[in-house]
Design a protein around this ligand. Structure first.
Ligand SMILES: Cc1cc2nc3c(=O)[nH]c(=O)nc-3n(C[C@H](O)[C@H](O)[C@H](O)COP(=O)(O)OP(=O)(O)OC[C@H]3O[C@@H](n4cnc5c(N)ncnc54)[C@H](O)[C@@H]3O)c2cc1C
Length: 545
């Protein structure tokens, strides 16, 4: 008996949180290298992968599709993915009781909001004598190394960031795929403890208590989660990048925003890690080098958005208050308007009376993803553009609805757009006019008509400003403003002028030389917000005076 116990293999767990893939997965390689029985598990604890009890149905569905895809791939290798509901510490203790564990491997979740979960688990594993390893693969570089290289503080501007990573060198290439030969999958019993539930298969969102949203119009774009789908989509996306290179430009999604066509975004796949950011980065850089071989070396600008991602991660790793205003050392304390529930509701539910803004908000509820330029528009509207409301309100909603909701990237972008951080000028209150920005992005009005069925028959002339339509036009379109579709909740020209004054006063009150996070130059602001060359083209007529 003693002999059997001695030779009986122990367990090696791969704890999936994000990083939901088999390719470029150093934690997976670590778990397999232990040569013990292998247990891939996902623990649904109402927190991991950013899925809480408030998370939208779309986002939960996307996560479960990613897990389903992993499960299918593991089944092809004679294993399975265990989906377990419970507290991670209790789950590991329970597994260890029935199957002594040698090691637990996981990918580093770099954001500080995960530290208490991870520290609790690490302490528990150490107390049980179980080794743990944490691998970096959610970001291109190790954010802590960047901070160290920059002398102990995060680089304050994007240009400084680029300089720092140029000292470190190019990010690592993806690791090899695992060799599955001889891998022994372990089996868990159905009962691990009273407060733990081991599912037989990956559950549906409904089984976990999440239900579909009320839809405003038919859903146009369906997103599907999972590594296999993400890899196929990456190939489609690479064709778009290649086409841009061949035509002499880069960052196609930013340079020529298309809010109507089938999106080629990889943000949700990157967020859950069903696509490795390193694989995506190197695929683009290698392609560039192939196309321009001998002429030019690729540089970080051709994957500029991925660098913004890294920049925001580096800014947040040491700042647990990064998602808040008051306690956050990099965020300006702006005296936003007290929360007015009625106004918040109108913004959240796409009932502001500004069709472009409402179309974006409704698309977000229905489909869970909207283009970057559209995010800019609604974020500016809520904060320094029109409503003068705290960006934390927007952050909370985006984290609930977006498929790619990512605490660090979302908070970083909200601070940026609201001029609360990463913003040197503080005079952008007129950046996004909900009328002219909408007209520029959606010149035929197709986007508005797609997501706001009430306005489908409205003539083009009044589509962006329906409150200006004479009554007979409203009648012919079958939509009265204030009845079928709301009147505008605010006069943008007045509100933005008032807000601009408040930003100016704030700027004057901040005339010290304290180094703070800010854009590197004006061009960067223009690119980030997709503003036209001439800085007044996007303004309403009243704002130009
Ligand atoms: C208010 C606001 C909130 C946002 N919240 C999120 C969020 O929660 N999660 C998220 O992934 N992105 C967020 N973004 C950034 C951006 O809108 C999305 O990443 C982008 O729309 C994804 O589309 P894409 O994959 O086509 O981007 P691409 O232009 O193809 O970029 C490639 C990847 O780079 C990253 N990236 C792109 N733009 C940014 C950016 N501005 N900041 C940081 N990373 C970027 C994303 O991972 C993206 O998939 C937010 C932007 C705004 C204005």
């Amino acid at each position: 008996m003693a002999l059997i116990e001695e030779i009986s293999p122990k367990g090696s767990v791969l704890w999936f949180r994000r990083g939901l893939r088999l390719h470029d997965n150093p934690a997976l390689l670590k778990a397999l290298s232990v040569k013990q029985e292998f247990y891939p598990i996902f623990i649904f604890d109402g927190l991991s992968a950013g899925v809480t009890k408030d998370t939208s149905y779309n986002r939960v569905r996307f996560l479960l599709e990613c897990l389903q895809d992993l499960d299918e791939q593991l089944q092809q290798r004679m294993g399975k993915l265990y989906f377990i509901r419970g507290d991670p510490k209790n789950v590991f203790e329970a597994i260890h009781k029935i199957k002594p564990l040698e090691s637990v491997s996981f990918e580093l979740d770099p954001e500080p909001i995960w530290a208490s979960r991870d520290n609790k688990v690490k302490t528990c594993l150490e107390n049980c004598g179980i080794k743990w390893t944490e691998e970096i693969s959610h970001t291109l570089w190790d954010p802590h190394e960047i901070i160290e290289t920059n002398g102990g503080i995060p680089p304050l501007t994007y240009e400084m960031f680029l300089h720092t990573v140029s000292i470190i060198g190019a990010p690592p290439r993806p690791v090899d795929d695992p060799d599955w030969t001889g891998v022994q999958f372990g089996k868990l019993p159905q009962h691990l403890g009273d407060d733990i539930e081991v599912f037989q298969s990956i559950p549906s969102p409904e089984k976990l208590g999440y239900f579909p949203p009320k839809v405003f119009s038919e859903k146009i774009i369906e997103w599907t989660g999972g590594e296999q789908k993400a890899l196929l989509k990456m190939n489609e996306r690479l064709k778009v990048e290649e086409n841009a290179f061949l035509n002499g430009f880069y960052l196609p999604n930013q340079a020529k925003p298309d809010i109507l066509g089938p999106p080629t975004s990889q943000s949700a796949a990157l967020c859950f890690g069903c696509l490795s950011v390193r694989k995506f980065y190197w695929a683009i850089h290698d392609m560039y080098s192939r196309i321009y071989s001998g002429h030019s070396q690729s540089n970080q600008h051709i994957t500029g958005q991925l660098i913004w991602r890294e920049f925001f991660y580096t800014m947040c790793v040491q700042n647990q208050y990064y998602g808040e205003m008051e306690r956050n050392p990099i965020c300006l304390n702006i005296s936003w308007k007290e929360d007015v529930q009625d106004e918040i509701q109108k913004w959240e539910n796409g009932q502001t009376g500004y069709p472009f803004i409402d179309a974006v908000m409704r698309q977000m509820h229905q489909e869970g993803w909207v283009h970057h330029v559209a995010r800019n528009a609604v974020a500016c509207f809520l904060t320094r553009g029109d409503l003068w409301m705290n960006w934390e309100i927007g952050l909370r909603l985006f984290l609930r609805l977006l498929l790619d909701a990512d605490w660090c990237l979302c908070a970083g972008n909200w601070m940026w757009v609201s001029s609360s951080a990463f913003e040197q000028l503080l005079d952008c209150s007129s950046c996004v006019c909900p009328v002219s920005y909408g007209r520029r992005l959606d010149p035929q009005g197709e986007y508005i008509r797609r997501y706001i069925p009430e306005l489908r028959n409205f003539p083009q002339e009044y589509l962006y400003e329906p409150w200006k339509a004479p009554l007979d036009v409203q009648e012919r379109a079958g939509c009265f403003i204030g009845r079928e579709y709301p009147d505008r909740m605010v006069d943008h020209a007045d509100a933005s002028q008032k807000n601009r004054r408040m930003m100016r006063d704030l700027r004057l009150s901040l005339v010290d030389d304290t180094p703070h996070c800010c854009p590197s130059n004006v061009e960067e602001v223009r690119q980030f917000m997709w503003l036209p060359e001439s800085c007044t083209d996007h303004l309403c007529e009243t704002e130009k005076v």
